[in-house]
Write a protein that binds this ligand. Structure first.
Ligand code: HAM
Length: 423
């Protein structure tokens, strides 16, 4: 028997009920913000044709070169577990006829992603992302809408003071080649000084030279030519208007000329939301004006943002002052003692569940004190107690857990009384 049979695969984990509280809190806030901004939900399959990512994300990217979970199915099709959500959303936009919907099409998702990365704090092989994409809008107002919506999510999560919004423009297919030529010339003269990975990046994906974390590459990055100095007139105007609009609505940001993002699909304005302290990104995104066309559609501007839920959970845990809306697992606990009481308890629980009341009960033979301590742990508002006498009298004791007050009611009045007290 494999010794791994009772272990989750490396880089994955179970998300237990206590953590679910955070996941639900984030999902609820995320959904309320994007719903009010007019985004609608979609899910895409957990796996896609491998070529979607090779073509969409780009052959020379770390994700495609090193991090994809790719396998052949029994018919020999090459499939890949979704490493990110943008290419699948654009594939769905094309496949599901969304080009004929009123534009822009605004979609959001909350889904797990899969990347074969070296696991460490905040980095998992299965991680969750929330994201939202706007397809069919070229105006800088759309960029500002995405960045400010992302900021609003962090504000509502209570984390806006913990994040630092960084922006850059990496130009378009017209101006970027000139910039890349300059960048390659600069690195070409200094190739001996860079790390092994950068030697590879120099050949396959020079933009990512600026993204290297190796200490020995930092001095070169500092002095490297910057994309914002090579923008064509259209990209320059687009970026300038984006910044002016952000200033106008009072969204804070910082320009980071070294921000390039990891995927080939990006054009023009890109952004990342960084934690102030431990230096990892809580979210990122940007324009991808050529992706629809690369995947076989007609030229359509688009942009979006996504965020790592696991990382946000870790950030929230560092700030106990942020009150997470901790819902108790149940509002009512039903405790019983004795054989007849057990039967009444079952009947009562079913009556409560029928009325949509969140109720828990112990049908096992625990002592009353064990059952009351269970009710305390569940943080229920009420505990209903059925002892042998109550079972005989067809009555129930309702105990209010906060005040400790308790009263006796006949069976037929219980549901009505519970509803009244829970209001
Ligand atoms: P990304 O920057 O690769 O962008 O991922 C988005 C966020 O997911 C990151 O900022 C980070 O918080 C989180 N994340 C990424 N990898 C991991 C990991 N291994 N473990 C935990 N969290 C992780 C995208 O995926 C683009 N699709 C974003 C986008 C949407 N661009 C346009 N629209």
């Amino acid at each position: 028997m494999s010794k791994k049979i009772n272990q989750a695969p490396r880089g994955t984990r179970d998300i237990l009920p206590d953590e679910q509280v955070y996941f639900s809190y984030i999902e609820k806030i995320f959904e309320s913000v994007v719903n009010s901004a007019g985004f609608r939900k979609l899910y895409t399959p957990a796996f896609e044709d491998t070529n979607l990512f090779v073509r969409g994300v780009g052959k020379g990217t770390d994700v495609v070169e090193k991090e994809m979970y790719t396998f052949n199915d029994k018919s020999g099709n090459s499939l890949t577990l979704r490493p990110e959500g943008t290419a699948p959303v654009v594939r769905a936009y094309l496949e599901d006829g969304m080009q004929s919907w009123p534009q822009p099409v605004k979609l959001y998702y909350y889904m797990p992603m899969y990347r074969y990365e070296r696991p460490q704090a905040g980095r998992y092989r299965e991680h969750w992302q929330f994201g939202f994409e706007m397809i069919g809008d070229k105006d800088p107002i759309a960029d500002v809408a995405i960045i400010s919506t992302a900021s609003r999510i962090f504000k509502k999560l209570g984390l806006i003071d913990q994040v630092n919004v960084q922006l850059n423009s990496i130009g378009c297919q017209n101006c970027r080649p000139k910039y890349l030529k300059e960048l390659k010339e600069y690195y070409g003269l200094n190739l001996k000084k860079v790390c092994v990975d950068c030697k590879r990046r120099y050949e396959t994906n020079p933009l990512r030279l600026l993204d290297c974390k190796e200490a020995k590459c930092q001095p070169l990055i500092e002095e490297a030519p910057q994309s914002i100095n090579f923008l064509c007139d259209d990209c320059h105007k687009h970026f300038k208007e984006t910044l002016e609009l952000l200033d106008e609505i009072g969204t804070n940001y910082e320009i980071n000329p070294r921000l390039v993002r990891g995927f080939d699909y990006y054009t023009r304005t890109v952004y990342e939301f960084w934690t102030q302290t431990d230096g990892y990104a809580l979210g990122g995104g940007g324009r991808y004006d050529r992706l629809v066309e690369i995947l076989g559609g007609k030229p359509t501007p688009a942009l979006g943002f996504s965020s790592g839920v696991d990382r946000i959970v870790e950030e929230l845990k560092k700030h106990p002052e942020i009150v997470i809306n901790q819902e108790s697992a149940a509002d009512v606990f039903v405790a019983q003692i004795g054989e007849e009481a057990r039967k009444s308890c079952l009947k009562l629980l079913n009556g409560l569940w029928d009325q949509g009341i969140r109720a828990e009960g112990c049908l096992d033979k625990g002592s009353i004190s064990e059952q009351l301590s269970m009710a305390n742990k569940l943080k229920t508002k009420l505990t209903l107690i059925i002892g042998q006498k109550e079972a005989f009298d067809e009555t129930v004791i309702i105990k209010e857990m906060d005040s400790g007050n308790q009263e006796i009611y006949p069976h037929e009045k219980i549901i009505q009384e519970v509803k009244k007290k829970l209001k």
